[in-house]
Design a protein around this ligand. Structure first.
Ligand code: BGC
Length: 245
């Protein structure tokens, strides 16, 4: 089955048709800049533009950086406030004329890694953590996703964890890799104490530099980088639309 996967981020909106049995992209992905204020309708127009460029009229799966329940966006940490309470599935379906299903971006990346990447065949509890503008999380037990976990917003030392340990926090504070590894270690240690996972998978753009910080971590749990890198969001969004979770 083929589904158009779309990954909405703060700077870019990326999409490609996906073969959800193999996890392969069926065409080169298209990336369009995220409209300035990141509001619902202009973003939906970009999604429509991507769908049209692939002459798409089938189902579309869309990953978005917020918790989503029954198609409704529930919170806005790094996106426009206008998303809160928006029925995103209905808005995207109206504008594209295709059947659209929205899913949290980290849940999407996790689904893709569990099906085709670093988490494939991993039993027990797996926590996927995406490090980008924010911190996204996806928890799996025996391959089953517990959606919308939002563990980037755990409070650590009186602050939102993502404010101190996201990839953007490293850039903003110009942290060395060793200083950043300490921050990430503290974050993962907190998750470790709460969930006792069997495996952490680290995703997000920063995972391409994983050899610079993963070896510096001292937590007990095995930590590995994501495998699908910037394709995970697109592939997982497509899987989300099929309801493979
Ligand atoms: C959002 C999450 C999202 C994560 C990664 C957080 O700020 O609340 O929904 O998964 O960023 O994009």
């Amino acid at each position: 089955m083929h589904i158009l996967g779309i990954d909405i981020g703060g700077s870019g909106i990326k999409g490609a048709p996906v073969d959800i049995e193999t996890g392969e992209l069926l065409a080169e992905r298209l990336r369009i800049k995220t409209p300035k204020k990141g509001e619902p309708e202009p973003i939906a127009e970009v999604v429509n533009q991507i769908a049209q460029s692939f002459k798409w009229d089938g189902p579309i799966g869309i990953g978005f950086p917020a918790p989503i329940k029954a198609g409704v966006t529930l919170m806005a940490a790094n996106v426009s406030e206008k998303w809160v309470g928006t029925n995103a599935d209905a808005l995207f379906t109206k504008i594209t004329g295709c059947d659209c299903t929205m899913i949290n971006d980290a849940d999407a990346a996790g689904l893709a890694e569990m099906a085709f990447g670093a988490g494939r065949g991993q039993p027990g509890t797996v926590i996927m953590v995406t490090l980008g503008t924010g911190i996204g999380s996806a928890i799996f037990h025996r391959g089953q996703l517990l959606p919308n976990t939002e563990l980037g917003h755990l409070e650590i030392d009186g602050e939102d964890a993502e404010f101190r340990a996201s990839a953007v926090a490293r850039e903003r504070e110009k942290l060395s890799w060793s200083k950043y590894a300490k921050r990430l270690n503290k974050y993962l240690k907190t998750l470790e104490k709460l969930f006792w996972p069997n495996l952490f998978i680290i995703g997000g753009g920063i995972s391409k530099d994983s050899e610079k910080f993963l070896p510096l971590l001292t937590i007990e749990t095995h930590v590995i980088p994501a495998k699908l890198l910037n394709e995970a969001g697109i592939v997982g969004a497509a899987l989300g639309a099929k309801g493979i979770h």
